[in-house]
Design a protein around this ligand. Structure first.
Ligand code: XMP
Length: 525
């Protein structure tokens, strides 16, 4: 950082942990747990280059679990630099098996595969368990292989009924292995175990705190942008709103936001975005009312993929036009967050398990020559939310359920029209309002209404009427890859159904979706 103010700032990434990813579904969770302990960390692939690992200068390394067996052909191996750096190491699950194999122990496939809860008994005192007060811990296990014979340099520090080696410690060096998953919420005292490793054993300082993160990012943005101008596409979602708040704090009026009202947003969302961002926070926002343009482009289009394409394409063209008209913009800001970075790095090396499409403004023509600024790209979603609240965004907005980029376009089956979008937005609003009123909103991960363009009969007074169907969808999920339909109380669904049918003339029937993912997806498309 060239800027003198910036160089005076404390370096909040100075004290840090490196996580080597062996493919565990919990790798990002380990990283989030470390950061919740106020310590910065990054995730590298297990085969990251030695120079890259050394250049990162970690104070400790955590080896994640992984789905492979150490005996499989081409199984991921222990990265050589891990031992060369002479810093503390914690191997979790597959990580512990690798450490044992490396030091001459024996790992073998086990008849007693353990998935789910297990009880671990602490065999011996170990600094790793210094903050654990109990002798027996309920932990989360997920492994097929296990250590059959411990490497001679290790001693066992915990056992379960099916293995004498549920955790181990090197007799001379600060190297540890745990067969269970301390990062998973179901593991009692998992936080204490990780805290001991990160703070005491590795000696990491607690620098990664919301206020420090904001201060550092603000200084970094100022140093990077100087007196140039930044353009940001506001979607109404959490990430772009937090980028706006952060950039505004850093560079004030040098930030220009473009907010495209597609007509496919949540109920009255366009006005709310303007109220929060422009009126309350005094951010420069250009609102583009493009509802007509979207509805006419979508007229007669039934194919879900084509609908998505049309919606994305119009957004880019509007954005491009704004960028050209503004004329004096040098930077394009995007709300990329750390999991996006990890997933796109993994997909470029073929290691990604799941790749999600993101709603951003990639696809702008090169001649605009905008430099890219992504101020949230080292943050997890929970950190972005905390930043948002600290920067003055309303918690109800920051902790809202996710909303897909193409908006109501994927929730109106078949052709999208202004009339359908209006009916759907109102039905959805009633559903969400009642969820909040019944204290159920935070108990579901995502809930919304879907518009079905089929007419079904209803009776109002003496008259029969044929009107549309609204489906209610609510799911519980951790990662959105799998989801269970939310078992909302019947009485509650009854209240929502009555309100929708009574308040919206064009709806004669409400149904509740009882499909889980897989095989059903969360959205209906
Ligand atoms: P599915 O329907 O695939 O959805 O089970 C999983 C999660 O992804 C969201 N989703 C999207 N988000 N742009 C987004 O930003 C999209 O095109 C998109 N499609 C689905 C969906 O709402 C759910 O949270």
């Amino acid at each position: 950082m060239a800027n003198s103010t910036a160089s005076k700032m404390m370096d909040i990434k100075h004290s840090k942990i490196l996580i080597l990813d062996y493919g565990s579904q919990y790798t990002q969770l380990i990283a989030r747990r470390v950061r919740e302990l106020d310590v910065y960390c990054e995730i590298y692939a297990w085969d990251a280059r030695t120079e890259a690992i050394a250049a990162y200068e970690p104070q400790g390394i955590i080896l994640s679990g992984g789905p492979e067996s150490v005996h499989m052909e081409n199984a991921p191996t222990l990265n050589e630099s891990v031992m060369q750096l002479n810093i503390p190491v914690l191997g979790i699950c597959y990580g512990m098996q690798l450490l044992n194999q490396y030091f001459g122990g024996v790992v073998e496939g086990s008849e007693d595969k353990e998935f789910g809860y297990a009880q671990v008994n602490l065999t011996d005192t170990s600094s790793l368990f210094a903050q654990v007060e109990k002798q027996a811990l309920d932990v989360w296990m997920s492994h097929g292989d296990k250590v059959k014979s411990l490497a001679p340099v290790f001693r066992a520090i915990a056992h379960t009924s099916s293995t004498p080696y549920a955790a181990c410690e090197h007799v001379e060096l600060p190297i540890f292995g745990v067969q269970f998953h301390p990062e998973v919420e179901h593991t009692a005292d998992g936080r204490e175990i990780l805290a001991e490793f990160v703070h005491q054993i590795c000696g990491c300082e607690k620098l990664w705190k919301t206020d420090n993160i904001i201060d550092t990012h603000v200084e970094n943005i100022k140093a990077l942008v100087g007196d140039e101008k930044v353009l940001l596409g506001l979607s109404g979602g959490v990430d772009s709103s937090v980028v706006a708040a952060l950039l505004h704090k850093a560079i004030g009026d040098q930030l220009v936001c473009v907010f495209v009202d597609t007509g496919l947003l949540r109920y009255q969302e366009g006005d709310q975005v303007m109220q929060t961002m422009a009126d309350k926070m005094d951010i420069n926002v250009i609102r583009v009312n493009a509802q007509e343009r979207y509805f006419s482009a979508l007229k007669g289009e039934n194919d879900p993929e084509r609908k998505r394409k049309i919606i994305g394409e119009i957004f880019i063209r509007i954005f491009e036009q704004q960028a050209r008209e503004l004329n004096d913009i040098q930077w394009l800001a995007q709300g990329t967050i750390y999991p996006d970075v990890i997933e796109s790095a993994a997909s470029s090396t073929g290691k990604a398990h799941v790749i999600k499409s993101h709603h951003n403004v990639g696809g702008l023509p090169d001649d605009l020559a905008l430099k890219l600024i992504e101020p949230l790209k080292d943050l997890f979603k929970d950190e972005v939310r905390q930043l948002g609240v600290s920067l003055g965004l309303a918690p109800e907005m920051v902790y809202r359920h996710p909303f897909p980029g193409p908006g109501l376009g994927v929730r109106i089956l078949g052709e999208v029209t202004a009339e359908y979008a209006d009916i759907l937005a109102r039905a959805d609003h009633i559903f969400i309002e009642e969820l909040r009123r019944h204290d159920l909103y935070d108990k579901t991960s995502q809930a919304f209404a879907v518009f079905l363009p089929v007419k079904s009969v209803g009776v109002v007074g003496d008259a029969r009427r044929y009107e549309y169907v609204i489906a209610l969808r609510a799911v519980e999920t951790i990662d959105f890859m799998t989801a269970r339909w939310a078992h909302l109380p019947y009485e509650f669904i009854d209240v929502v159904s009555r309100r929708i049918i009574n308040e919206i003339d064009k709806v004669s029937r409400v149904v509740y979706d009882v499909s889980s993912k897989p095989p059903a997806t969360i959205e209906w498309e």
